[in-house]
Design a binder for this molecule. Structure first.
Ligand code: SF4
Length: 272
């Protein structure tokens, strides 16, 4: 899906960490909107999306002047205490327009010069591997969390047709890990996957997080219910994967190849 692009001058960039992200001092969104437009995206139900007439996924605001603004806000925030940043909570920092605009890269350049106490990069895009040079300079004060909801490409296409292919995400994780960037694979939301999924991940990461709509959409699953996501499971005859205990199927499979301290569930997997 092609997204319409808008250029905006934000007044603020660092937002206070709250709710699911209360473990962080700040969240950081280089863009507003997200071209990946995942069907189950909980942001669809939030004011940032509902205030717009256009459908989620069809528009992206590019935040101009972000590097200068972050530089000022980061310096100020660090004077007040520990700065831990979650990037990003309501967009993907490595969505397609980032290839050209490099807003996220410019923010990393600022952070390399003025290193926050911790940076968590949440993405489903292989483009993150472009920035390995900068991520390495943040040493163990950064972690890249790659969303890989399933190992089944047919399932990925059904739920998020405009998101990057699974193989490209696995390859990016491999590049990051080989370079020495701290990583994790994030199975969120848990989608139907194969029994071999954990084997594919264990070769690449030593840390995985499992989350679902009921623990992780910020409303106990209500936002996801309102989005009508269940119908996507019904289309495939896979309704058994849409319930609060379905994550255990994947968790139990993961525990056969990962140790207890390598498998995180929901919020604990996103903490600094
Ligand atoms: S990548 Fe993330 S922010 Fe973007 S649509 Fe998908 S779930 Fe939402």
């Amino acid at each position: 899906m092609k997204s319409e692009l808008f250029y905006k001058q934000p007044k603020t960039l660092l937002n206070k960490g709250s709710g699911f992200l209360s473990g962080y001092s700040h969240s950081l969104n280089p863009y507003t909107g997200c071209a990946f437009g995942c069907s189950y995206c909980y942001v669809r139900q939030m004011p940032v999306a509902t205030f717009r007439k256009e459908e989620w996924g069809t528009w992206v605001d590019i935040k101009q002047g972000s590097a200068e603004l972050l530089d000022k806000e980061l310096t100020k925030a660090k004077k007040k205490g520990k700065v831990t940043i979650f990037m990003s909570s309501s967009t993907d920092p490595y969505q397609p327009i980032e290839y050209k605009e490099k807003v996220t890269r410019s923010l990393l350049e600022v952070m390399v010069e003025n290193i926050p106490d911790f940076l968590f990069v949440q993405t489903r895009s292989p483009l993150v591997s472009r920035d390995i040079d900068l991520l390495l300079l943040l040493k163990d004060q950064a972690r890249v969390s790659m969303t890989i909801e399933t190992d089944r490409e047919d399932i990925r296409k059904h739920f998020s047709p405009d998101a990057p292919p699974i193989t490209a995400r696995l390859k990016a994780l491999q590049l990051l890990a080989e370079a020495g960037v701290p990583t994790q694979a994030t199975i969120a939301p848990v989608l139907p996957s194969t029994e071999e999924f954990p084997e594919k991940l264990v070769k690449l990461v030593n840390r995985v997080c499992v989350d679902d709509y009921f623990m992780g959409d910020g409303s106990g699953g209500k936002r996801t219910k309102n989005l009508g996501v269940l119908s996507l499971y019904k289309d495939l005859g896979l309704e058994e994967w849409y319930n609060p205990s379905a994550y255990r199927i994947v968790y139990d499979r993961l525990r056969k190849v990962f140790t207890n301290d390598q498998v995180y569930v929901s919020q604990e997997g996103f903490l600094p």
